[in-house]
Design a protein around this ligand. Sequence first.
Ligand code: PLP
Length: 425
Amino acid sequence: MTQKLTLEHAKELDRSDNLARFRNEFYIKDDHYYMDGNSLGLLSKRAEKALYTSLEDWKEHGIDGWMDGVEPWFYYSEKLGSMTAPLIGAKQEEVIVTGSITTNLHQLIATFYQPHGHRTKILADELTFPSDIYAIQSQLELKGYNYEENLVQVKSRDGYTLLEEDIIDAMKDDIALILLPSVLYRSGQLLNMKRLTEEAHKRGIIIGFDLAHSIGALPHDLHEDGVDFAVWCNYKYLNSGPGGVGGLFVHERHYGKRPGLSGWFGSRKDKQFDMEHVLTPAESAGAFQIGTPHILSSAPLLGSLELFEEAGIQTLREKSLSLTRFMMDLLNQELPEHGFIICNPAEDDRRGGHISLQHEEAARICKALKANNVTPDFRSPNVIRLAPVALYSSYEDVWNTIRILKKIMENEEYKQFENTRNVVA
Ligand SMILES: *Cc1c(COP(=O)(O)O)cnc(C)c1O
């Protein structure tokens, strides 16, 4: 950084931003700085319209909406899967929109965790999101294995990030399956999925990734990298709304594998209504669906994915890196004191879409930010996550966020609040 960054500088960056027009596609409140699109993305007008279209189809067609609607519900999950595929470098049939992260993990661990001989363990990491760990624990127990012995969690050396060398060292010959995040939910560290997949496969281990914090924020190459499976939610960077249906990827080399948890929506589409008691699974990722798709919780994604198609994930990633770079530079310039530690990796190829700030007063600093029209996100015990989102955040938003944070620290406004988390934090 050579020259001092100013508001004028932020405005200049906004004027030359070739994605700036997408901001108008979203419902954004004036004088409100939303930095939490990595937890729940904002509503777009396209997503709203897609939801209304499904409601209209129901109003107009009743049961016949399954085949005769503007967007026939019977093929909805497949259509959304094929629209998602370019975001993760997958073939269209390798992707299906279904379930949630946690239910999809249950499905895919039930499918791919096949302990045999001394290969009985599952490898994860100690920084992973709790729900992923709960799913692993119950899948181990369902197969009759004690999870205290059979769940191996790679340790973090600094409490925020993982060393890929440590993960690779833990790929021992008693590991049957590996589950890792693409981007760590707290520190925003991006792992090298290609490298980890190659190392796992050299050792004959199945590997899957949780893309919760990378899908919609950065490009992926799941097919080329040879990743076995992946899961994600669509309500974070993909803006599909609260509780929006999630998605999964299964590499084509696994087509035909019997789902661990079967249900009639995993059928080959032309066979499903034969009503036989022997399942004929779809020869695609569709086989891993279970029951009737949740159309009204999927519909907003259709409108949202149109925006991603128009913007292009590579262009979005470039802007995202530039926004988070601008935020880090501003933090260093404006808040060198006040005890903040930036704990996301600084390098472009090692950070995801959010900035992660550690501070011992993090909980109440977040409350003070909210009282000042900034929406951050707090992760217990001491992390503030700030996600300027390429589709709808401006550089001026970033500038204002840091300006307000500085005011809160200088005036000690955070001291008016208790340093404890809220029920939902
Ligand atoms: C958001 C998130 C979840 C949430 O799982 P759901 O089943 O969608 O509630 C799980 N894992 C990670 C890593 C997440 O970031």
